[in-house]
Design a protein around this ligand. Structure first.
Ligand code: ADP
Length: 495
């Protein structure tokens, strides 16, 4: 038995019985399944009933000759391998047969080994054909799967409730879903493929998308969200992430967009409510505070000490409430865009002098030194900003420095121009802030609570006000601090 030839079906077509029987014997011995036909018609009848992959076909037969049988087999089943059996005298016929699609030929008379070599070669060819067919089929199935997967992904993206868009590394929009079109009121006919600016008329948004697409924001956690106001009270919040390739190279960006109109309106209602309540509370509280002060001075020498203490604490708490209310009102005004509206040229030297002079008595009362350092060379550039906003920023930072620095400490306020920015620094030798709180101190109502700050009153709104104001002036505020040694707050404002 030969594993390669075992059970391979072979049809021998020859009018010579000795050839048929001899071939049968040789091939059956190695495991082939041999069928026999003594003329062309019989062979075609067998092949019509069950396909046989290999046919040994004599060329010279009475009735239908070999060539005709070959042509008909090719029509019946082009994949059948026909090996032509020919005498030396009919070599020419063999050549014609090969041209007509015969796979091989074997001259008569042939010995067993020669026959086996030719049939083995044919089975190898059959195996290769089968292998190729299988590989092609597998490829077709994989492609079909890929295609199905692609359409499935497309359907999912298309059905997402959030707006979703993808850009390439040049910031060209390559894909957007239905929600994205709806959120930006884009025409359904508008095809993707053009630069992002051709779809969204918001410079800041387009700049951010372009920067992310070009790989200039690789730390996804650090990418700021972007709010777009589309007019007619419509607000959108967009967030983008870079799409990184296998080698961490940026090949574009994916942008997700949600409608935040209702949140914005709710936020505004809340702010208006807070502003109204604060406003209503401020006058009566101020009156109570003033009256408490009057009563306290009136009873200074006549009332018992304990009563004086109760009234003094009430006065102190009332003052705390008044501070909270003014901070809340300031925040409402900043949110409503009122506080930064009056931009005008400000001489920063005068502004710093006035704020430090105003707060120096407070520092001196704590035995602290409040130093203003200004560059000796050319005058500081003029800043174009709302003076009230600048005053509030500096006032809050210097007040904090005084508040959170123990007696006898030092506070240094300095200003200089760096590049296109004005840099103002407020440095103290105070309590300092632990690294884990450095981001949180800019959150509303956040106060560091420990043994050293417990007795210090405050609202937790000073730094949020500073951050909002600096943001409104397109600047930024940073803090560096070492617990126990002091802090430095730096404000950068564009010139
Ligand atoms: P408040 O001072 O009213 O508590 P802020 O928003 O101004 O609110 O400050 C928030 C917190 O940040 C403070 O409670 C304090 O713990 C910390 N902080 C601010 N400035 C300084 C500073 N110069 N030194 C140390 N801690 C500070």
């Amino acid at each position: 038995m030969d594993p390669q030839l075992e059970a391979v079906r072979v049809l021998v077509v020859d009018d010579e019985e000795s050839i048929r029987e001899g071939t049968d014997r040789i091939l059956s011995r190695v495991g082939c399944h041999v069928l026999k036909a003594c003329n062309g018609a019989e062979a075609l009848a067998i092949l019509a009933e069950h396909p046989v992959p290999i046919v040994l076909l004599d060329m010279k037969m009475p009735g239908l000759d070999g060539l005709e049988v070959l042509r008909r087999i090719r029509v019946l089943n082009p994949e059948t391998l026909v090996i032509v059996i020919t005498g030396y005298a009919t070599l020419e016929t063999a050549v014609t047969a090969m041209k007509d699609g015969a796979y091989d030929f074997i001259p008569k008379p042939f010995d067993p080994d020669h026959l086996l070599i030719v049939v083995r070669r044919a089975t190898e060819k059959l195996r290769l054909v089968e292998e190729t067919r299988r590989v092609n089929e597998e490829r077709r199935l994989t492609l079909t799967d890929l295609h199905t997967e692609k359409s499935r992904l497309r359907t999912i993206i298309e059905s997402l409730p959030n707006g979703m868009a993808v850009t390439n590394h040049m910031g060209h929009l390559v894909l957007m879903n239905a929600a994205f079109r709806r959120l930006f009121a884009l025409d359904a006919e508008k095809e993707a493929g053009r630069p992002i600016e051709e779809y969204i008329a918001d410079e800041g948004f387009c700049t951010l998308v372009r920067e992310i697409s070009e790989g200039r924001h690789l730390d996804a956690e650090d990418i700021p969200g972007y709010e777009l106001a589309l007019g007619e009270e419509r607000y959108r919040m967009a967030e983008g992430r870079p799409i990184l390739g296998e080698r961490q190279d940026c090949c574009g960006a994916v942008i997700s967009v949600v409608d935040v109109t209702s949140l914005k309106l709710l936020d505004r209602l809340k702010s208006e409510f807070v502003a109204k309540v604060s406003h209503e509370l401020r006058s009566p509280l101020s009156t109570i505070h003033e009256q408490l002060a009057v009563v306290l001075s009136d009873i200074m020498d006549v009332a018992p000490e304990s009563d004086q203490q109760i009234l003094a604490r009430a006065k102190e708490k009332t003052f705390g409430l008044i501070s909270l209310i003014s901070d809340l009102l300031d925040l409402s005004r900043i949110e409503a865009g009122i506080l930064c509206r009056q931009a005008q040229p400000v001489q920063i030297r005068d502004m710093l002098n006035s704020v430090t002079s105003f707060l120096r008595p407070r520092a001196e009362a704590k035995g602290q030194e409040l130093v203003l350092e200004l560059p000796s060379g050319p005058a500081l550039p003029v800043v174009f900003a709302d003076p009230l906003a600048l005053e509030s920023i500096l006032g809050n930072l210097v007040t904090n420095a005084i508040t959170y620095t123990p007696e006898g400490g030092e506070i240094r306020v300095s200003a200089d121009a760096v590049g296109k920015n004005l840099r103002i620094r407020v440095k103290d030798t105070g309590l300092g802030i632990e690294a884990r709180y450095l981001d949180r101190i800019f959150e509303r109502f956040f106060r560091v609570r420990n043994d050293m700050t417990r007795h210090i009153t405050g609202t937790g709104l000073g730094l949020p006000i500073v951050k909002e104001l600096v943001g409104a002036l397109q600047g930024l505020v940073e803090v560096e601090s070492t617990p126990g040694q002091g802090s430095t707050f730096t404000v950068l404002l564009p010139l």
